[in-house]
Structures are given as structure tokens and as C-alpha cells.
Design a protein around this ligand. Sequence first.
Ligand SMILES: CC(C)(COP(=O)(O)OP(=O)(O)OC[C@H]1O[C@@H](n2cnc3c(N)ncnc32)[C@H](O)[C@@H]1OP(=O)(O)O)[C@@H](O)C(=O)NCCC(=O)NCCS
Length: 198
Amino acid sequence: MSQSIHPSVFIHESAIVDAGASIGENSRVWHFVHVCGGAVIGRHCSMGQNVFIGNKVIIGDDCKIQNNVSVYDNVTLEDGVFCGPSMVFTNVYNPRSFVDRKSEFMSTLVKTGATLGANCTIVCGNTIGKFAFIGAGSVVNKDVPDYALMVGVPARQIGWMSEYGERLDLPLTGSGDAYCKHTGAKYTLANGTVTKSN
Ligand SMILES: CC(C)(COP(=O)(O)OP(=O)(O)OC[C@H]1O[C@@H](n2cnc3c(N)ncnc32)[C@H](O)[C@@H]1OP(=O)(O)O)[C@@H](O)C(=O)NCCC(=O)NCCS
């Protein structure tokens, strides 16, 4: 398999990009990064120092992966996902060193625009909704709704976050409207779901 690295991609001389990997326009691969050959990485992404990207990994455009993050097999990041420094993905739910569980990897999907705070852990098999915000150090062990703000161990929802990253003045349940303090965009909560309407 040949490499498909766009000529504009910056790859630091200490990084290793295995044959077969695909990396889109203007992405940056910093010190000591290892990208495996099956990885597909979009445009305008940044992979900070000591990042690892596995084989069965798809990363969209405009993702920022901070230092010391390993994106293991069966993890998919849509566009604009922020992975804070030293956050942790997993892909085996019940690992045992004596038991081979390579055929039991569980998938993790992180939807567009989500932020995964520094040092958080995403237990495999869960989906992080679009523009969800996971606080630093949280442990996520269930699906997260779009725009939800989650903190703690285990992560609990304490609110809602706008696409810009501002808290929204909405209740956790019920219904209501709120406006992003920065952009003025309107968000509506109804039937447990937040949607942005402009
Ligand atoms: C979640 C966050 C954005 C704060 O949002 P906020 O709306 O300002 O929240 P507040 O600080 O008002 O906290 C609200 C409550 O949640 C708690 N809380 C906030 N962040 C928390 C976290 N990461 N873990 C656990 N609890 C947290 C607060 O202690 C507070 O609890 P209380 O009501 O019992 O006092 C911030 O704490 C955070 O985790 N940011 C991520 C930073 C990061 O990882 N950056 C990576 C790139 S450097």
C-alpha cells in the first residue's frame, strides 16, 4: 500500500508515519508521533508530541490531538474534535493479560466538534455527541448527548455547552431556549435533546 500524505503535511523528523497512512492537507505531525499504516487522518489536523494513531482509526478534518494521546484501533473522530493532553481512549472493555481479546475490541465514536478535556478517559463502546464537552479528568462510561457538559468520575451531566464553548442557560431536563453569550446563536432543549437553530 502506498502512502497518501499530502505534500503540505508537516512531519517532524522524529515522527514515524508507517507506509499506507493517509494524512490530509496542512496537517501537522509533531515530535515522536507514531501513525500506523492503516490510519486515515483528515485535513488541518494537529498531532502533538508523543501521539499514537492506530491502524483502525479514522480522524476527520480540523482535529487537535494534544500531547501524549493514544488513539487506539476502533476509535473514530469526526471533524473538529479536540483531544486534551494525556486523555485516554480504550478499546477493550474487560482486559485480562492472560486472555486475548483482539477480536473483542469495542468501538468509540466522537462526533463533530466535541471536546475531550485533559486527562479524561473514554471507556470504549460509547458515543460522544456533537459539541459535547468532557471536563478535565472525567471518566465517561456511557453515551453522551450532543452539547452536554460532563464532569467527574463517573462523568455526570452538569449542563450544556454551546458550539463556541460557553455554558448555556438551559435545564438538564424539560424544555427551554438559550443563547450563546459569545455568538448569540439560539439553542433549544426539547425531548432531552439540544439543537442549534441559527
Ligand atoms: C468544565 C469546565 C470547562 C468548567 O466549566 P464551568 O461551567 O466553568 O464549571 P464550574 O467551574 O462553574 O463548575 C461547575 C461545577 O462542576 C465542577 N467541575 C468543573 N469542572 C470539573 C471537572 N473537570 N471535574 C470535576 N468537577 C468539575 C465544579 O467543581 C463545580 O462543582 P460545584 O457546583 O459542586 O461547586 C472546566 O472545569 C474544564 O474541565 N475544562 C477543561 C480544560 C481542559 O481540559 N483543557 C484541555 C486543553 S489545555
